[in-house]
Design a protein. Structure first.
Length: 179
């Protein structure tokens, strides 16, 4: 049985990671299942505009799922397909609310979800942010979120066959074949 694969694409804000991930998913040769992890309710106008732009730039042939955050269920829906998850950092923010800030429970849920992706032969392209290259935040909650994102990125990278860091629209391959 062909096991799935995971490709982590991460970088800073406006680095070009979503565009790179969309191109990677399109080139997979599979049907693409786009998982948008930003909830669509209770958002300010600027965030609503971001979501609109993301929707407009995606191919209309891609199936898009919004407001579903259960990794295991998503893995089943995407069995044998390419799943583009954009982005892990938004998923983690939602998970913080669901798990009442329990970082261990969030990382365990992520671990189970990554295992389910492979079990369901999903080709996963996961977008995330690099948030740990700046200064140490003053607030404890902000530090905890920054740490969570760092640990989650490490966890995804450990499962991934390919990891690309994107800066100024340029990919830097950190793990996997160079082509």
């Amino acid at each position: 049985m062909n096991k799935g694969s995971i490709h982590l694409i991460f970088g800073g804000s406006r680095s070009g990671k979503s565009r790179f991930a969309e191109n990677t998913a399109a080139e997979s040769g599979n049907e693409v299942f786009y998982v948008a992890t930003c909830r669509t309710s209770d958002l300010d106008a600027e965030m609503q505009d971001r979501i609109r732009r993301h929707r407009e730039q995606r191919p209309t042939t891609w199936e898009t799922v919004e407001n579903i955050f259960d990794f295991s269920m998503l893995a089943k829906k995407c069995a044998g397909k390419t799943m583009l998850l954009d982005c892990l950092t938004m998923w983690l923010g939602n998970a913080l609310e669901v798990h009442n800030g329990n970082l261990d429970a969030i990382l365990e849920e992520l671990e189970q979800g990554l295992n389910h992706l492979k079990e369901q032969s999903v080709t996963a392209v996961i977008v995330s942010n690099e948030v740990g290259m700046g200064i140490v935040p003053m607030g404890g909650a902000t530090r905890a979120y920054r740490d969570l994102v760092g640990w989650a990125n490490q966890k995804v990278a450990s499962h991934a066959e390919t990891v690309d860091f994107i800066a100024a629209g340029c990919p830097l391959r950190l793990k996997g074949s160079t082509c």
